[in-house]
Design a protein around this ligand. Structure first.
Ligand SMILES: [Mg+2]
Ligand SMILES: [Zn+2]
Length: 226
């Protein structure tokens, strides 16, 4: 018998917007405050005419820093957590699966929304923000390494590469095209929405989910089968 995957440590990289939360928080914030010109920037970003980093940076620069309190209050109160998330965290803890949040979201909503779940702070990767100038400025503490040229802002593949495939079974959970590069590196992909479409288009193996209960079930089945 050769040694198989079961000897590797399982590690989960979980997206935040549209994955842990039901909706995309950045879009919800911008739509709600509706600053002039946001639609064009959003379209260019979705069409990949400008990078995610550029697009998100430009969108928040449309909002004055004086709106800090309202923006933060709105983003926290608007968010809904996808079903089964707390149970999934408990499952990971019980099964000794490492859990990381890899989010293209912003600190001022990611940390408060996750606070109730007691995830260690060094297991949460996201962008940060600066309200000290006239306009809201997004900061990018987790840029692409030399292996990524997408100008991601928060680079998911850069983080994944710190956990080598020889030692880790890398599992990604996501919902959008921003998760696709990570999905290519992963041993297992849990997808919904645009990520499913993209995986299908390009023939990448994936398992669909709607709630975190689906993922718990799939991961438990996989263990008993192997
Ligand atoms: Mg997402
Ligand atoms: Zn990148």
């Amino acid at each position: 018998m050769t040694q198989t995957n079961t000897t590797k440590k399982r590690i989960v990289f979980c997206d935040f917007d549209g994955t842990i939360t039901v909706n995309d928080n950045i879009i919800a914030i911008i739509k709600h405050f509706n600053p002039e010109g946001w639609e064009r920037i959003a379209e260019q970003t979705i069409a990949q005419e400008i990078s995610i980093k550029d697009g998100v940076g430009q969108l928040f620069r449309l909002l004055p820093s004086s709106m800090q309190e309202e923006v933060i209050a709105f983003s926290i109160s608007n968010a809904r957590i996808r079903e089964g998330f707390a149970e999934f965290l408990a499952y990971c803890a019980e099964q000794h699966i490492e859990f990381y949040v890899t989010s293209g979201g912003i600190d001022f909503f990611v940390y408060p929304i996750l606070e109730a779940f007691h995830i260690p702070i060094d297991h949460i990767y996201c962008n940060s923000s600066d309200f000290s100038g006239d306009r809201i400025e997004i900061l990018w503490p987790n840029p692409c390494d030399g292996n990524c040229t997408n100008d991601c802002g928060m680079c998911k593949t850069t983080i994944m590469r710190r956990f080598p495939p020889e030692q880790y079974e890398r599992i990604i959970i996501g919902d959008s095209v921003t998760d696709f590069e990570g999905a290519k590196l992963a041993d297992r992909v849990y997808s919904r929405s645009h990520l499913t479409t993209k995986c299908k288009e390009l023939g990448l193996a994936h398992s669909k989910y709607e709630t975190f209960y689906d993922i718990i079930q799939s991961m438990s089945n996989e263990r008993t089968e192997s």
